[in-house]
Design a protein around this ligand. Sequence first.
Ligand SMILES: [Zn+2]
Length: 367
Amino acid sequence: MGRCDHASSSSFPAGGSPRWSGRRRKQWWPVSAAMGSSVTGACRSRQVGWVAGATGVRSWSLGTRASAYPLLCCGVMHAAVAEPGHHLHVAVSLLRGRHVVALTGAGISTESGIPDYRGPATQARARNPIQHAEFVRDPAARRRYWARSVIGWPRVAGAAPNAAHAALAAMERGGALSAVITQNVDRLHARAGSRRVVELHGALAEVACLACGRREGRAELQERLLALNPEMAGLARAAIAGPGPDVVGRANPDGDAELPAGLVDRFRVADCQACGGVLKPDVVFFGGSVPRDVVAEAYGLVDAAEALLVVGSSLAVYSGYRFVRRAAERGAPIAIVNLGPTRGDPLAALRWDERACAALPPLAAML
Ligand SMILES: [Zn+2]
């Protein structure tokens, strides 16, 4: 076992040779020069990741089994000795020079004003989202959905990409990122300039007829819905301004919103202009499934990737988590930037508890 070729001479622990111990081939480096500082890195060969802190330097062999993955960083003990910028440097060491794919969730869009109802601050107000089967089967459920959507959509349509979206687009332009796989339906990645985007859950910007398949822009449908329901126009305008916690018209990330029952009961739903069929936003509702070709495209990107960067997702939903598992099975290092713990933490080489807008711009600049 030679010296890790990814470590610079200034950050690599000086003195002595690595010692191997344990059946899992844990490798311990003697510490000398690294004492008192916190340095990290990962071998370019992807065989070894290592972390050095005030308590010593440890490195691990990264086996092919997911369970063999250590947390390089961000254990409570380690975070306590981390220097400012520490996580950034770990992220750079994991991602630089590699073929990187990003997987993003609602957390990247919160700073664009689109709430994340699974985030740490919003768990208390989690609500029951509409279910796919209910939408298809029940006209009353559709009426409730569209009435709320008329209020929720303007907030999504009016949201602007933020610094984190821009950073990912810049990484792609610079060749540091090959694609974005997103769980978000707000289309902010494309609007920020990302070219290769896989929208796992579709996009609210489009609507499709369940009978004839005709597609319609959501903006166009909004005009029709407001024409049918003029009493909603004022609420739709007010919702853009950013409602308070109990205000009518509070928007949710899927373009939904809360409304009193009376308004819902009077709401008139718009049908397909070609056949009169049922319109559905082109998004995957809970209980629905991601189209097979979309899943295959995302797996293809993950399989071609040498590292996975997860941003703003708790990975609670399997549709995103499966790609993290796949990357781990293939031995690709995984860096997670998210506020709060995620389901993928045990598989991650880096857990960076930070806002996407604070973490990604400096990361993009250093890759
Ligand atoms: Zn139709």
